[in-house]
Design a protein around this ligand. Sequence first.
Ligand SMILES: [Zn+2]
Length: 255
Amino acid sequence: MSGPTPSLMEEMTWVEVRDAAAAGLPVVLPIGATEQHGPHLPLNTDCVIPVGIALEVSKRLPLVVAPPVRFGAKSRPLSGGGETFPGTLSLRGPTLIETLHQVLAALVRSGFRRLCVQNWHYENSGYLWEACDMTASEHPDATFVVLDRPLPEFKSDQLAQLFPQGFPGWNVEHAASMETSLMLTLRPDLVRRDQMVDDAAERRPTWEVIPAPDEIVPKSGVLWRPSEGSAEIGRLYLRWAADRLETALRTEFAL
Ligand SMILES: [Zn+2]
C-alpha cells in the first residue's frame, strides 16, 4: 500500500497543513472542470493536468497543492464542445467566482499568505482574477499569483517540437494533441486509446453563436487530432508548464 503523496493537501492532516502554512509555504490551487473530452479522455482531464503540473513543481520547491476546483465555467462549443454532452457539469460565472472566492478565503484562514491559482479549463479565464482580487481586498497581507492562461508562450522551435505535423492554433486544442499527450504522460491508464478519433467542426466562425448551430459542434467532442499526441510530447508540455509555474512562484514569493 502506498502512503500519502507529499504536498497533496487532500491527503494531509490539519496539523500538517497548519505547519506548512506556518512555514510560509506557497499553496497552489488548481482550477479545472468536469467536462467531456471526446470518447478517449476522462471527464477529469482538466483537473488531472493542473494538479500534475503543480505536483511536478513540488518536486523542485516545497509547496502545498490544494484540492482542485472540479467544476468550471460553462463549456463553449468552439473551445470545449459546449454543454450538450453527458457528463459535462459546469457552473455559472457568478457561482464560480464566489466558489473560488470562498475557497481562497478558507486557504488564507488556514494560514497561507502566498497563494497561486493555476488554471487549465479555458472558459475559466477571467473569473480567477476576479476571485483573487475579491479575496485580496479582504486580506491585504496575502499575495495572489494568477495563471489564467494555462501554458507559457512557446517559441517557434518549441511549437515545432509540440506539433511536428504543424501547429493548428490553440483554439482547437481540446481533447486533441495537447491534452491527449499530457494524459498519456500523467495518467495513461485513463486514456481509451482504442476509442481515439480525430475530428473537427464543419464550421469554425471567429465569433460565438447562442444557441450554437449544430455544425460548429464536432460530433465526437474532439476539436482536432488526438492521434498526433504522444507521451513524449506530453513530457515537454509538463516540463515547460512546470518551469513557468516555478518561475512565477520563485519570482513573486521571493523563494
Ligand atoms: Zn480540457
